[in-house]
Design a protein. Structure first.
Length: 333
C-alpha cells in the first residue's frame, strides 16, 4: 500500500484542471475560427477538421500502441494542438500535408518527449515549422478571401507581411500605400487582391476577444502577450521613425500571426517560464526576435520561429529567475 505524504503548510487549493483550461482555450479560439469559416468556407473547414482529427488519432494511437498506456485524448490537449496547427495553415493546403504536420506535431513535438507536460517545444509550432521548411511553396500560398466553395484551386495573393518585406528590401515606402488600413486589419477586411495569411490571422478583433475570455477565466495572465505586443510595437515604431520604408507599428502588430502566437501559443503552460518576471523577459525576447526575423530574415513571418527559439531558453529563464521559497531568507555575501 502506498504511503500518504503530507507536506507542511501552507497549502494552496484551486479549481484548475487540464480539461478546464484546454476547453477554455478552445472556446477562446472559436471567434477567430468562425471568422476563418466565414472568409474561406470549405477550405477552412477541411483544413481545421483534418488537423484536429489527425492530431486526436495520432495521440490516441501512439499512447495505446507505442507507449502502452491509457490514451488521454479526452483532456482536450490534442484538440487544442490540432486547432492551433490548422489555424497556422493556409486554407488551400492539401489534406495529406495537413496529416503530415499533425503527425510531426503530436508524434515528434509531444509524445516522443513523454506527452503532455513533458514537451519542451510547442507541438503545434513544431508541426507548422516542419511543414514550412518541407513544403515552402504550399505553406506560403495564400488564398484570397471570399472563395467559399474553392479549396485546392483557390486564387492566391500577396499578404500584408509580404508587402512590408518588399518595401524594406527595395527601400520604397510607397509600396506600403497598398496595405489595408489598421482598422481593416483589426476587423479582418482585406483589400482587393490581398491574401490575409493563415486561417488564424484573418481578424485581429476575434483574437482579442479570445484574449479577453482567457484573462477573464484566468486561464492565462497578461504578462506574455502584452510584453510581446508592446515590444513589437515599440521596436517597429523606432524603425518606422528612422525609415518610413518600415511599416506603421500598429499595422505591424495587427498583421500576420503575431496576435495568434502571442495569445495562444507563447502562453503554453509547459513551454513558457513559471514566474511573472521570467514571462516578461520571455515575451520581450519573442517580440525582438519576431521583428528581426520579419524585417531581415528570409521569411516574412517570424513569430513561430521566435516562440520555438525562446521555448528552448525557458529552462534557463526558470533557473535564472526563480521564485523565492516561502520563508526563505536571502543570503548576504
Amino acid at each position: 500500500m502506498g504511503k500518504l505524504i503530507v507536506s507542511l503548510s501552507p497549502h494552496a487549493h484551486g479549481t484548475d484542471t487540464i480539461e478546464r483550461n484546454m476547453y477554455g482555450v478552445i472556446i477562446a479560439l472559436l471567434p477567430a475560427l468562425l471568422v476563418s469559416f466565414y472568409y474561406f468556407g470549405l477550405g477552412s473547414v477541411v483544413v481545421c477538421l483534418s488537423s484536429v482529427a489527425a492530431c486526436v488519432f495520432f495521440e490516441w494511437a501512439i499512447s495505446k500502441y507505442l507507449l502502452k498506456r491509457q490514451p488521454s485524448v479526452a483532456d482536450g490537449s490534442a484538440i487544442v494542438t490540432g486547432l492551433l496547427l490548422g489555424m497556422n495553415m493556409p486554407s488551400n493546403l492539401p489534406v495529406w500535408i495537413v496529416i503530415i504536420g499533425a503527425l510531426v506535431a503530436i508524434g515528434v513535438g509531444k509524445m516522443s518527449f513523454g506527452g503532455l507536460g513533458c514537451n519542451p517545444f510547442n507541438p503545434a509550432l513544431v508541426g507548422r515549422c516542419f511543414l514550412l521548411v518541407s513544403f515552402p511553396a504550399q505553406m506560403t500560398s495564400w488564398p484570397l478571401p471570399g472563395q467559399l466553395t474553392s479549396y485546392v484551386d483557390a486564387q492566391t495573393g500577396a499578404t500584408p507581411l509580404a508587402i512590408m518585406k518588399s518595401a524594406i528590401k527595395s527601400g520604397d515606402a510607397s509600396l506600403l500605400d497598398k496595405l489595408p488600413s489598421s482598422f481593416d486589419l483589426l476587423l479582418g477586411r482585406a483589400a482587393d487582391g490581398f491574401g490575409v495569411g493563415s486561417l488564424g490571422e484573418v481578424c485581429a478583433l476575434a483574437l482579442l476577444l479570445g484574449f479577453a475570455f482567457l484573462l477573464w477565466k484566468k486561464i492565462i495572465t497578461w504578462h506574455i502577450p502584452v510584453s510581446i505586443l508592446l515590444t513589437v510595437f515599440i521596436f517597429s515604431g523606432l524603425l518606422h521613425a528612422a525609415n518610413p520604408a518600415y511599416a506603421n507599428p500598429l499595422q505591424v502588430v495587427l498583421s500576420g500571426g503575431l496576435l495568434l502566437g502571442a495569445i495562444f501559443m507563447a502562453t503554453d503552460y509547459v513551454t513558457s517560464p513559471m514566474t511573472h518576471r521570467g514571462q516578461l523577459l520571455y515575451g520581450v525576447m519573442i517580440g525582438l526576435l519576431t521583428v528581426i526575423i520579419r524585417d531581415w530574415g528570409s521569411y516574412p513571418e517570424g513569430m513561430s520561429f521566435a516562440i520555438l527559439i525562446m521555448n528552448g531558453f525557458t529552462p534557463l529563464i526558470n533557473i535564472y529567475i526563480r521564485p523565492k521559497r516561502f520563508g526563505e531568507v536571502p543570503v548576504k555575501h
